[in-house]
Design a binder for this molecule. Sequence first.
Ligand code: ADP
Ligand code: MG
Length: 232
Amino acid sequence: MIELKNIHKSYVTGNTELHVLKGIDLEIKSGEFVSIMGSSGSGKSTLLNILGILDNYDHGEYILDGKLMANLNETKAAYYRNQMLGFVFQSFNLISFKNAMENVALPLYYQKVNRKKRNLMAMEYLDKVGLREWAHHLPSEMSGGQKQRVAIARSLITNPKIILADEPTGALDSVTSSEVMTIFEDINRQGMTVIIVTHEHDIAERTKKIVRLHDGNIKEIVSTRQHKLNYV
Ligand code: ADP
Ligand code: MG
């Protein structure tokens, strides 16, 4: 599903260059549930933005679903994003004057699906995240956990192949974080490839594979299932 070969990425500001990713090799197969860990500034978001075709890389190869993601113009990049990827962010990124149903339906508006159909589908996806009753509430009337569940429903509505989530529990308390992780576990169980950036160990432990970034390289990749077995 995803193949990264020797990915390098630098940021240039003024006359200083910051080499953030220094040769990332990573393969993620369909149906995997992966977390990317590392200290603040280690390049987690940079890596996720490259995976999400939100940013370019300088060197190497990114192959997504068999296609090389390189030198794409914005139209092409948007096409692959819409076809393949769903995004969840720490700050939810909901539209404040639209209710939960309208927020979830929004990606279908851009795909020119008519209002009746997109609202019907939005209700279906709100139901999947346990929020059918909240369809007509505004984000300001919902808790952080509920808002993130709305955002997850919105990421799923276009039926992507991969969900990319950058610190999705970063703004939530531990109980609510756990509930949000339960939803990611559910959608992964149903076959969705899920990639989560986090710096929280208890969040990463609930994924099946942890990729640790350090100094621009992958320091280790740990299978959490094996990890747990070691303690038995
Ligand atoms: P993380 O998500 O692991 O905290 P980031 O990928 O956001 O790390 O950032 C990695 C490094 O790159 C940091 O030092 C950050 O300040 C720098 N950086 C991130 N984005 C930019 C940018 N657009 N321009 C310049 N430097 C950036
Ligand atoms: Mg980050």
